[in-house]
Write a protein that binds this ligand. Structure first.
Ligand code: MG
Ligand code: MG
Ligand code: MG
Length: 334
């Protein structure tokens, strides 16, 4: 009996210490694959807020920052988060996504303890209750600004600057239809903390960095902001390049289409590339698909071939993905 009790106690001690060990590890805050400015800056901001609240957290990125994010990190004097694509056995907060295909590959072996996002809900499910902040704002950093305010904590100057950069990036300097009043209000407050006197001037410099594509290969441009979706059983990639003026990429369309074909051969039903013109407020949509009719029906168009100009379309999450999901749902046999 004594031996049995001793054994039981040792088992409890081992279990308790492993639980304490996991709890003592900082929470990992991580954005989506092919990270954009919001995914990286929101991870930095939320890790800071949690840490200020006495919950140690560290920001991570699933890939190297793109040129626009580099600009924001440098301008705001922020360090680039460590790059990590495995989170197995860790406690994780997801920012800027909830789709499994955009999360770390082993996310199902991690414990998701929080979600802060402004996209459609992905397929995320959890075993235990979690903290969820999901709102249809223009940017995840706007939601994190709300979290700082509700905790009565102020972001440090550098982080406020980074959050401002994330909002400028996601809302295309407040020109995207995804922009809300809360994004504008948060930007004014963050700019004040960051000491950014002219948001417009800062934003224009940033959008120039976003538009720099010279010397970057077609494959890299395609993968820079590629999001993968499961659309009713079909694997669909929707990439986007947001440029001040898409005439800079006009001569490279064939090269981009051939990179799309190569990517599609990796098991995709369709690859779409949005060449979004921030100045003209529209998108030249390049399409490579097993069934272009599904894509056509998403936009109520006919005979689009491999490219079509969509006036007024600039947002993937609001103006492209919802229609595609409906079109794929209505075409289950294809
Ligand atoms: Mg994003
Ligand atoms: Mg975002
Ligand atoms: Mg974006």
């Amino acid at each position: 009996m004594k031996r049995y009790l001793a054994h039981l106690i040792s088992v409890i001690v081992v279990l308790a210490s492993s639980v304490i060990c996991v709890m003592a590890q900082p929470i990992l805050v991580i954005g989506h694959k092919n990270p954009d400015a919001d995914s990286i800056l929101s991870a930095i901001a939320l890790a800071n807020l949690k840490t200020q609240q006495g919950i140690p957290a560290i920001p991570l990125a699933q890939g190297t920052p793109n040129p626009e994010t580099e600009f924001v990190l440098n301008a705001c004097k922020l360090d680039t988060p460590s790059i990590q694509t495995s989170v197995s056995g860790q406690r994780v907060i997801l920012v800027d996504h909830s789709d499994y295909l955009q999360a770390p590959g082993d996310i199902t072996n991690a414990t998701v303890v929080g979600l802060v996002d402004h996209h459609k809900l992905g397929g995320l499910t959890t075993d235990e209750p979690i903290e969820v902040w999901v709102f249809p704002t223009g940017c995840t950093s706007t939601i994190i600004a709300r979290m700082y305010a509700s905790a009565d904590i102020s972001p440090p100057k550098e982080i406020a600057c980074g959050m401002l950069g994330a909002i400028i990036s996601d809302t295309l300097l407040f020109s995207s239809p995804t922009t809300t009043q809360e994004d504008r209000d948060a930007s004014v407050k963050l700019a004040r903390i960051a000491g950014v006197e002219d948001i417009d001037a800062f934003g224009h410099k940033q959008l120039q960095a976003k538009s720099s594509i010279e010397g970057i290969s077609a494959t890299k441009l395609l993968n820079q902001d590629l999001k993968i979706f499961d659309m009713h059983g079909r694997k669909v990639g929707v990439a986007q390049l947001e440029l001040m003026d898409i005439s800079t990429v006009a001569t490279r369309k064939d090269e981009l289409l051939s990179a799309m074909e190569t990517l599609k051969a990796e098991g995709y039903h369709s690859i779409l590339l949005m060449l979004t013109d921030i100045g003209k407020q529209g998108t030249d949509l390049l399409v490579v698909s097993d069934n272009v009719r599904i894509v056509e029906s998403a936009f109520e168009l006919k005979g689009i071939g491999n490219s079509v100009w969509l006036p007024g379309v600039v947002s993937r999450k609001k103006q492209v993905v919802p229609g595609l999901l409906r079109a794929f749902e209505g075409d289950g046999a294809q």
